[in-house]
Design a protein around this ligand. Sequence first.
Ligand SMILES: [Zn+2]
Length: 190
Amino acid sequence: MKRIGLFLKKQGFFLMLALCLCVIGASALWARSQADAPAQEDVDAGADMAQSLREAQRMRLNTAPLEGEEGAPFGRTVWLETLECWGAHEAIDIAAQRETPVLAAAPGRVTQARRDRLWGGVVEIEHENGLSTCYRGLETPLQVAQGVEVAAGQTIGTVGTPPAESETGAHLHFETWLDGVPVNPALCLP
Ligand SMILES: [Zn+2]
């Protein structure tokens, strides 16, 4: 005990000094790590950008459903004649001559092929990665049936006039959905 006591007495100063240096060093390292850490906003912005990039990759279509003139754009509030109300236009309209072939914009499976009172012929195709496309205003009869697999560029029907948007004449009302949320088809087209 005596020897240990003596040792501590002799070395105490140096032990305390070493301890102080450790504390100072650790504080400096901590402060540095805080300074180097990116701000939370930067982290969030980076994550948002990575997310957008991943979504952009999933939103790629192989082909336009048809060549035609751009009609009502995505997001505009439009008067829906048949419904007699205002609604957001979650689609793009592509005007073309009646009976112009309408093509599947990417390979997939037809999840809807029906005739609708408001929209005429409607075809919905489910693609990979949570992306789906919907084609409204087609002439009937349609050229695909529910449940069939289609290739990109395969004809699914022809352009007609959607009753809900009859005031703008013959056109395709074209929608794209990502994980069930409408996205601007213009961003998905090649
Ligand atoms: Zn439309």
